[in-house]
Design a protein around this ligand. Structure first.
Ligand code: SF4
Ligand code: SF4
Ligand code: SF4
Length: 268
């Protein structure tokens, strides 16, 4: 029987594997920018696997979970989007220190919900949030990490999937490319035998969105809002056909894209 993910992560197994490959314990750091920190919370919530995980790596910086900090790290997991000028320099510093930089969650990966503010004037946004104190703050249109520095990999989703995060860490520990799916949510949705939400008069971004979440939203009767970003080569022609069949246009779908993928629209 194939080993389960917890089996694979269990310390002796991975330790043996890493020794075989003459690998040393990588130093990991976790950082956050503009976001709700829900993706980090997913890591904290790993409960059973977390102790095994920290036995395989040296966590040298993680504000949400520990007090120590070091600038000596191999892999940086970075959550959140860039929403202030000063954050660009901080992110460039992290990029300089890290051998591998992984965007953690939709905010870091594709800009995420923070990019909704990009459809307004920045002065207006500041006043809305800070009122009379707005003059003490600064903000810029939100952007994903990749708009500022090169990003090696991403753990998609809002929030990230805990098991997928472990798969990514496991691959990085073994020096492999993380196995993030590059096919649309529809594939997982069909495999689950769901009734397509288009048949219920709703719209859905599943045909162009990267799978990996198990089509959780359509499975529970909701549309996919595209939190995992587009697949690498979305079949837009076929998607347009699906929309046409249901009397819809791409323009009518753009508002749905804005929830998580608004950056693409503004950055064009
Ligand atoms: S991707 Fe979602 S859960 Fe993660 S930090 Fe951003 S808003 Fe929060
Ligand atoms: S509900 Fe959405 S994800 Fe599922 S098959 Fe229909 S379009 Fe695809
Ligand atoms: S179904 Fe779509 S919106 Fe829901 S978790 Fe998956 S990718 Fe995100």
């Amino acid at each position: 029987m194939a080993p389960t993910l917890p089996d694979l992560l269990r310390r002796p197994h991975m330790k043996r594997e890493m020794e075989k490959r003459r690998m040393t314990k990588p130093r990991i750091a976790i950082f956050d920018f503009g976001c709700c920190e829900g993706c980090q919370l997913q890591i904290v919530n790993l409960e059973e696997e977390l102790l095994d995980l920290v036995g395989l790596v040296d966590v040298v910086s993680w504000r949400e979970a520990m007090t120590g900090h070091s600038d000596e790290y191999d892999i940086a997991f970075v959550e959140g989007s860039i929403t202030r000028e000063a954050e660009m320099e901080r992110l460039k510093g992290i990029r300089q220190n890290a051998k591998v930089l992984v965007a953690l969650g939709a905010c870091a990966h594709i800009g995420g919900i923070n990019c909704l503010k990009n459809f307004f004037e920045m002065d207006e946004v500041l006043k809305y949030v800070y009122g009379k104190e707005a003059k003490h703050f600064d903000t810029i249109p939100a952007r994903p990490l990749s708009a500022v520095v090169p990003v090696d990999y991403a753990v998609p989703g809002c929030p990230i999937d805990r098991k997928e995060f472990l798969e990514v860490v496991k691959a990085l520990l073994l020096g492999k490319k993380p196995p993030i799916p590059n096919y649309p949510v529809c594939v997982e949705c069909k495999m689950k035998g769901n009734i397509c939400v288009f048949e219920k008069g709703m719209t859905c971004l599943g045909p162009v969105t990267r799978a990996g979440c198990g089509a959780i939203c359509p499975t529970y009767g909701n549309k996919c809002e595209g939190c995992r970003g587009l697949v690498d080569d979305p079949n837009l022609d076929s998607y347009k056909e699906v929309l046409q069949e249901h009397g819809l246009t791409v323009e009518q779908m753009l508002n749905s894209f804005r929830m998580f993928d608004g950056y693409m629209e503004v950055a064009k």
